[in-house]
Design a binder for this molecule. Sequence first.
Ligand code: PMP
Length: 358
Amino acid sequence: MTIYNFSAGPATMPAEVIQEIKNDLPSYKNSGMSVMEISHRSALFEEIFQKAQQDMRDLLKIPDNYQVLFFQGGCTLQFTAAPLNLANKYHRIALLDSGHWAERAGAEAKRVGVKVDVLDSSEKDHYTKLPSLEKLQKDTYDYLHITTNNTIEGTAYTQLPNTDTTELVGDMSSNFMGQRYDVKQFGAIMAGAQKNLGIAGLTIVIVRDDLIGKVPNLPSMLDYQLFAKKESMFNTPPVFAIYAAGLVLQWLKNQGGIDEMEHRNRQKSGLLYDFLDNSKLFEAPVIKKDRSLTNVVFVTGNPEIDQQVVSQAAESGLVNIKGHRLVGGMRASLYNAMPYEGVEHLVDFLKNFEKNYR
Ligand code: PMP
């Protein structure tokens, strides 16, 4: 039975990449050593590293005046690093509360003494829509933090909020490389790798040059300027995760890049949303214009039926569709590596479930 893994992260990876890792594992490029065993300062790894960075620059069209930095510590550590590095003038940031990960980002900023103003929240609507930005007071905030894709609640920004002269910082963890955004519109972007870029242990930060190097004596492992200077090799980087990301980036290039991924993600999520919108049993609670292309949330309204859906789906090879505990119901994560057929199978399963249920 083919298994389709709808996990929100760590998540399904391209089958070709898994196969490549398998082939490479005993002896990388006939070196007699696996990638796990070579020095991060070796020529073999240097090549992997440079190529991964360049491929990311090409795919995302990252302008030259932006740094691409590789960190450990997950995106959660960036909720600390971003305010430490970037909230250096007003020591105050603005936040649009679109759900759990936005709230977490605000909480961590506060822990390092930065004031956080929540300008709008969609909590009252159970996060089934995005908050909106009515007005952003000038010369008040170091930046506005948004979560471009809300992994748990299933919403995503297509149109970015207009921040005028205030910098925009985006947590792009769950639609990084899956949807086209213009990097120039952001002061900084952060994203964990374990959804659309391979395996856990690597976090990407893309940050504009002129915003960094303003705060002396930051903890080294959180210092954007230091990481830029040391080309993300201040200490031992997550070698295997960078290698895996490199393979995913090459795969993305072979598939046609980010625009092609967005196109496919629209098709995949469209197939599922269309079914849900016409179903009498299932419902997609998120309003149409704010729906995520990568995390599709749906419910029956009855937790017992939801539970049956989740377990029967798993028996059919459609695994990890249980919704996050904060939202309940179901969630299908349709990252780049999820093939269209996976979603067709899921929709067929849901159709059958509905038919047999009535
Ligand atoms: N932001 C978003 C949007 C996420 O989905 C996640 C993880 N699911 C995080 C941040 C936290 O990432 P990490 O676990 O890598 O710290």
